[in-house]
Design a protein around this ligand. Structure first.
Ligand code: CDP
Length: 235
C-alpha cells in the first residue's frame, strides 16, 4: 500500500490516540502519539523540580530529555520511555494531566518536540495524533482529521480508561481537567489547537470505536488510491 501521513487532531479525550493506533494497525503504518511526548516532558520537569518560568530550567530540561517509543513484546503495544525508563502508565496519571497543557504552551519545548515529530514522520506511512499535527507538524499531510465529541462523552470514556488501569477518578474531576486543557490548548499563543480548513471533521459522540476507526481507514484508503498514477503505480 502507498505511504501517506495521516494527521489526527482534536480536543482532549475524544479517543484520538486509541483511534489513531487502530487506524495505523489497519493500514500497516507507524503510530506516533505526540501527546505522550508532551506528557513525558511534563513528567521529566515534575520529577526534576524544573520550572517552565525559569529559562535555565527549560534549557536544562530539554537538554536532559530523551523520549523514545518501544513495542512491548508481550502485549504488542507501543510504550513510552523517558530517559530509558518505561513511563507509559505514569504519564497518563491525573498528576501529569493536570500539568501537561501548561508545559505544552512553552515555545522552546514545542520547538524541540515538533522537530522530533517531523523526523519521526519523514518516511511517511505514519499516523500521528495531537493538537497541531495538521497545522504545524505536517501541514502537507495527505489526510487531516479533526475529531470531536461532547465533553460528557469524553469524560465518561476517560474515566473508563483510567478505571481499567486501576485508577478511580471522579467524573467531575475529569470534566474539569478536560475542559481546562481544551481552554489552554485552544487559546495558547504557540500553535493553538485549531481545525485547519482542509481537515475532515468527525464527531464521535454517537459513533462506536469500530465505526470511527473504519471511517478514517476508508478516508485514508481513498487518498492512497488517488495518489496512484494512471498506470496504477503509487506516486
Ligand atoms: O489523550 P488526551 O486527549 O488526554 O491528551 P494527549 O493527546 O495525551 O495530550 C496531552 C496534552 O499535551 C494536551 O492537552 C496538550 O496540552 C498537549 N499536546 C500538544 O500541545 N500538542 C500535541 N501535538 C499533543 C499534545
Amino acid at each position: 500500500m502507498g505511504k501517506i501521513v495521516v494527521a489526527i487532531d482534536g480536543y482532549s479525550g475524544c479517543g484520538k490516540s486509541s483511534t489513531a493506533k487502530a487506524v495505523a494497525k489497519d493500514l500497516g503504518f507507524t503510530y506516533i502519539d505526540s501527546g505522550a511526548m508532551y506528557r513525558a516532558a511534563t513528567l521529566h520537569f515534575l520529577n526534576n523540580f524544573l520550572s517552565i518560568s525559569n529559562p535555565h530550567d527549560v534549557e536544562k530540561g530539554l537538554r536532559t530529555l530523551e523520549i523514545t517509543f518501544q513495542i512491548n513484546p508481550d502485549s504488542g503495544k507501543q510504550e513510552t520511555y523517558l530517559n530509558g525508563l518505561n513511563v507509559e502508565d505514569e504519564i497518563r496519571s491525573m498528576g501529569v494531566s493536570e500539568k501537561v497543557s501548561e508545559i505544552a504552551t512553552v515555545k522552546e519545548i514545542r520547538k524541540e518536540l515538533v522537530a522530533q515529530q517531523k523526523r519521526l514522520g519523514r518516511k511517511k506511512g505514519v499516523v500521528m495524533d495531537g493538537r497541531d499535527i495538521g497545522s504545524v507538524v505536517f501541514p502537507d499531510a495527505e489526510l487531516k482529521v479533526f475529531m470531536t465529541a461532547d465533553l460528557e462523552t469524553r469524560a465518561v470514556r476517560r474515566q473508563q480508561e483510567l478505571y481499567e488501569k486501576g485508577d478511580l477518578v471522579e467524573l467531575e474531576d475529569i470534566i474539569k481537567n478536560l475542559a481546562e486543557r481544551d481552554r489552554i490548548d485552544s487559546t495558547r499563543k504557540e500553535s493553538p489547537l485549531i481545525k485547519v480548513p482542509d481537515a475532515v471533521e468527525i464527531d464521535t459522540s454517537n459513533l462506536t470505536f469500530e465505526e470511527q476507526v473504519a471511517q478514517i481507514v476508508q478516508l485514508a484508503k481513498g487518498v492512497i488510491d488517488n495518489e496512484k498514477d494512471y498506470a496504477g503505480n503509487h506516486r
